[in-house]
Design a protein around this ligand. Sequence first.
Ligand code: ZN
Length: 241
Amino acid sequence: MKLFKAILFSLTCFLPFLVFGNDSLSPTGEQCSSRWLNIDVNAQTAGFAAKRLCKPASWAIDQMDHCGFAIKEKLTVEVVEDLRHPFGIPVVGRSDSSEFSVQVASPSQCRQLAREEIALAQVEFHALYESIVVHEVIHAVFWQQRDHPKNESVSEIAGEYVAYAFQLLSLPEADRAKLLAGYPGAPPSDLGPFNSMALMLNPLRFATNAYRHLMSVDDRCEFLRKIISGEVEFDDWDQYE
Ligand SMILES: [Zn+2]
């Protein structure tokens, strides 16, 4: 079941946020000014300067740091040419908690994966690509915070909720509004809509729900603390087997 779950998350987590335009090639290896970030590029970045990844990565780190969840070691963000799940399935991002690193697929790979996602067609390409970096960096920071025995009860869905909410928050307002318009609705009143089945069936609905819900919470930092501590619980995958 773990195996299937891993595939599922690769598909549901990554496919929704990918629509890109054609750009020129400019491989680069520039470093961020932040002492907490290292950017490696082993891919054709298709006109997307590696240094631009510093901004979304730093933004994501700052969002968590603002709530008291600082990272404890340097995070590596790597752009790779052909990013795949161990089963061979192409994906757009990967967060490695053991190495504390993030990998993001090249823009061209992401564009191919997301070509058929109509709901994202109006979201500006660079903003979308940067938001994928945000999603993966949030994952990395989140997992590092819960890397403690007392936090074992925190589910993977909790990580997706946080990553998607901040991914949408990172989008320019106009792009976010277009995306939200495709999935109208009030903020969920509880965490019922956030489970593995919902993520599998409609990842963008899951993402917009996560954003609306987190934004509706009075004390966002306190809510994140409760998620990370396990005080706030999300549905577990096993309920849907
Ligand atoms: Zn994710």
